[in-house]
Design a binder for this molecule. Structure first.
Ligand code: UDP
Ligand code: MG
Length: 310
């Protein structure tokens, strides 16, 4: 068993690979010579894979897995976790937003006996205000509606013990939300702080659509509050309509004056229609995830790799 494996998910990062490799290997070598750099190419459309393969021919400590197409960041990291055998595992983004030079500090803290050591960002450079705001709102919301203690201001950059890796392998969900899963597992967890850089080159692989899907994966995997909200909304609206029915009957039979209002009708039917669609949508989000879990397809398809899989 190696001392350390570093898992690096890559999606269209060709400009950065060489610098990434240099900085990673220099930083990790200061801890132990016995390490593996495991690059997971998540179906990149540029020359990311070729560059990684080139490096791997020169350096036996470089391993790679490449997917048959883009499966997403969380799946790429999961594939790395499936293929590593080390005492400790570092997960780091491949765009140099997470400085490889911080790994020795993470490792030092890990040596003190923590199974999970997060890198907590003090500042985030080069992010749009929109991303910062939505991220902040999302983590606030998660704190309120889930019972897991999701650490704030951390990404996926962290070091985890082999024990955590074993546990993660046993979690069968198809919609991975690793930071939530790791928080859910517990064990002793600690932090190391750093300033997050902006990306070195290339552009984000997390456009708004993927971010929304990621957020929904997190919420549905760790909270049933949205479902409860729908039920409560249903109860509230049923009570309200009961009162309105009473009023309608009263004004028809007792006051003998039927309301002429088109406005009130259209407003209430639009409102209830909206609430119903939203509620069905929320339920649908959960059902679609049950559906993918039931199918039990493999999480990813490996195209090329230099790891012995037997
Ligand atoms: N990534 C990936 N698959 C994807 C999108 C991103 O493997 O579908 C990788 C990407 O190469 C990077 C890391 O995941 O190493 C974080 O992605 P990115 O920097 O694009 O996200 P952001 O920092 O903008 O949230
Ligand atoms: Mg990034």
């Amino acid at each position: 068993m190696n001392e350390l494996t570093v898992i690096i998910p890559l999606y269209n990062e060709q400009e950065i690979i060489n610098e990434l490799y240099d900085r990673l290997s220099a930083s990790v070598a200061s801890i132990s010579p016995d390490f593996i750099l495991l690059f997971v190419d998540d179906g990149s459309k540029d020359h990311t894979l070729e560059k990684v393969m080139q490096i791997a021919t020169k350096d036996k400590r470089v391993k790679y897995i490449s997917f048959s197409r883009n499966f997403g960041h969380q799946v790429a990291v999961s594939a790395g976790l499936d293929h590593c055998q080390s005492k400790a595992v570092v997960i780091i983004d491949g765009d140099l937003q997470d400085p490889p030079e911080l790994i020795p500090s993470l490792y030092a803290k890990y040596q003190e006996g923590f199974e999970v050591v997060y890198a907590r960002r003090l500042k985030r450079k080069g992010e749009t205000w929109f991303k910062l705001l939505t991220a902040k709102l999302f983590y606030r919301l998660m704190k309120r509606i889930t019972s897991i203690d999701l650490p704030l201001d951390v990404g996926d950059f962290r070091i985890i013990d082999q024990k955590i890796v074993e546990c993660l392998r046993q979690m069968p969900e198809q919609h991975k939300f690793l930071r939530g899963q790791i928080a859910w597992l517990g064990f002793r967890q600690a932090f190391v702080e750093y300033e997050r850089d902006s990306r070195k080159a290339g552009k984000t692989g997390y456009p708004l659509k993927k971010m929304v899907r990621f957020a929904l994966d997190g919420i549905t995997a760790f909270s049933n509050s949205p479902l409860r909200l729908v039920t409560n909304l249903g109860i509230f609206i049923s009570l309200l309509s009961f009162l309105i029915i009473l009023y309608a009957l009263y004004s028809h039979f007792v006051l003998q004056q039927t309301i002429t209002g088109w406005t009130s009708l259209i407003i209430s039917s639009m409102f209830i229609g909206g609430v119903q669609l939203l509620s069905i949508g929320i339920i649908g989000e959960y059902i679609s995830r049950i559906n993918t879990d039931v199918r039990k397809r493999p999480l990813y398809i490996v195209d090329k790799s230099n790891i012995d899989t037997n």
